[in-house]
Write a protein that binds this ligand. Sequence first.
Ligand SMILES: *Cc1c(COP(=O)(O)O)cnc(C)c1O
Ligand SMILES: *[C@@H]1O[C@H](CO)[C@@H](O)[C@H](O)[C@H]1NC(C)=O
Ligand SMILES: *[C@@H]1O[C@H](CO)[C@@H](O)[C@H](O)[C@H]1NC(C)=O
Ligand SMILES: *[C@@H]1O[C@H](CO)[C@@H](O)[C@H](O)[C@H]1NC(C)=O
Ligand SMILES: *[C@@H]1O[C@H](CO)[C@@H](O)[C@H](O)[C@H]1NC(C)=O
Ligand SMILES: *[C@@H]1O[C@H](CO)[C@@H](O)[C@H](O)[C@H]1NC(C)=O
Ligand SMILES: *[C@@H]1O[C@H](CO)[C@@H](O)[C@H](O)[C@H]1NC(C)=O
Length: 339
Amino acid sequence: MWSQVYCLFFLCATVGATPSGSTDPIEGLGLLAQKYGLWFHIDAAYAGSALICPELRHYLIGTEHASSISMNLHKWFLTNLDCSGLWVKNRSDLLDTLSMTAEVIRNDAACFEGEASDGKLTSRAEFNFNTFESTFPNWLANVSSLEYADLSYCNLNGRISLGLSELPSLSYLNLAGNNNLSASSHKLFGGSWTNIKVLDFSPNKLHGKLPDTIGNMTFLTNFSLMSNNINGGIPSSIGKLCNLVDFDLSGNNLTGSLPEKLVGSQSCASKTLLPSLVRLWLSNNKLVGKLPNWLGHIPNLLELSLNYNFLEGPIPDSLGTLKKLTDLGWTLGRFFPAL
Ligand SMILES: *Cc1c(COP(=O)(O)O)cnc(C)c1O
Ligand SMILES: *[C@@H]1O[C@H](CO)[C@@H](O)[C@H](O)[C@H]1NC(C)=O
Ligand SMILES: *[C@@H]1O[C@H](CO)[C@@H](O)[C@H](O)[C@H]1NC(C)=O
Ligand SMILES: *[C@@H]1O[C@H](CO)[C@@H](O)[C@H](O)[C@H]1NC(C)=O
Ligand SMILES: *[C@@H]1O[C@H](CO)[C@@H](O)[C@H](O)[C@H]1NC(C)=O
Ligand SMILES: *[C@@H]1O[C@H](CO)[C@@H](O)[C@H](O)[C@H]1NC(C)=O
Ligand SMILES: *[C@@H]1O[C@H](CO)[C@@H](O)[C@H](O)[C@H]1NC(C)=O
């Protein structure tokens, strides 16, 4: 049963197996679990309800050894589906498991060292799909070795710590789906972001204008600002983003016209404009004016979405030369295509 590789920690006994009604010897298994320090769970989901009958209670002998026991009220007690009872011997085990600094993120295997609040984190922080409903954890910006942080869909609110932009090793930051994180995009992207490759802020409450300095994030591959509240125009410095693959600015409050020219493409090894860009989404903004020629000179562009803006035609001839473009959306703009 024991080996060098696997560590047994859980023993589950059944009181009333669903297909046959058979029942495990609770007392014997309980003693075994006690001997080896295992979590001992009794699954009485099916037959547990029957144990209200005194003549059947002997099936529960040994239950005192159990760490937890469950029974389904939604079966023989005819309550609504999903009404299930779970009893745990030591409630602090359960609270600990479901807490913000859960046991599972406090061990080396999960790349998390020390308490969450003292900044003793190695290099990864993963908390996504939690329900913290708390303010942004500012201490993250003090973890100088942080490389990867996924805090997507955590119900976080408050201000995003600007200090994150100064973390020298940070290459992945995902704050998607919190809906309520704010920051001045001017300040946030005015920071260094020296090693950043992936930035995802969709959807949240970033506001203000995009600064020219976004062109300095030259390692950036994926950049999503979808569904925020960013206003102002698109800086021409995006021409310096030679590694950019996916750029999503849809669902903001961008105004003005698209820059007539982009700067910096000469700095890309291939000497072409935005050589890696595959997906460019600008839909649902308030962009006006003509489509610039450079849109048609992005060599690997596959998806371009300009829907729901106030852009005007004519559509530049250069767009017709894009061989790879498969998905071009421009409904509701005011185009007068000269095709
Ligand atoms: C029904 C049943 C379950 C599953 O319980 P649900 O509340 O439906 O998820 C587990 N164990 C046994 C023995 C069952 O009969
Ligand atoms: C309950 O669990 C906690 C945390 O695992 C532990 O510290 C405590 O000693 C346990 N209490 C009992 C009564 O076993
Ligand atoms: C981060 O570090 C600075 C400087 O060491 C300190 O003043 C600040 O309190 C720390 N912030 C947090 C949230 O731990
Ligand atoms: C958003 O966060 C603020 C605090 O920054 C809070 O007051 C507000 O209730 C939150 N709104 C929603 C919809 O959660
Ligand atoms: C960042 O970008 C700005 C504006 O494009 C530029 O003036 C500045 O020199 C850049 N900084 C660095 C460190 O590259
Ligand atoms: C980056 O964008 C590309 C293209 O849309 C996508 O295939 C890839 O999964 C994205 N990578 C990350 C880390 O989000
Ligand atoms: C968009 O920006 C304009 C000014 O540029 C402002 O009046 C308007 O309130 C903004 N809309 C939203 C939804 O923030």
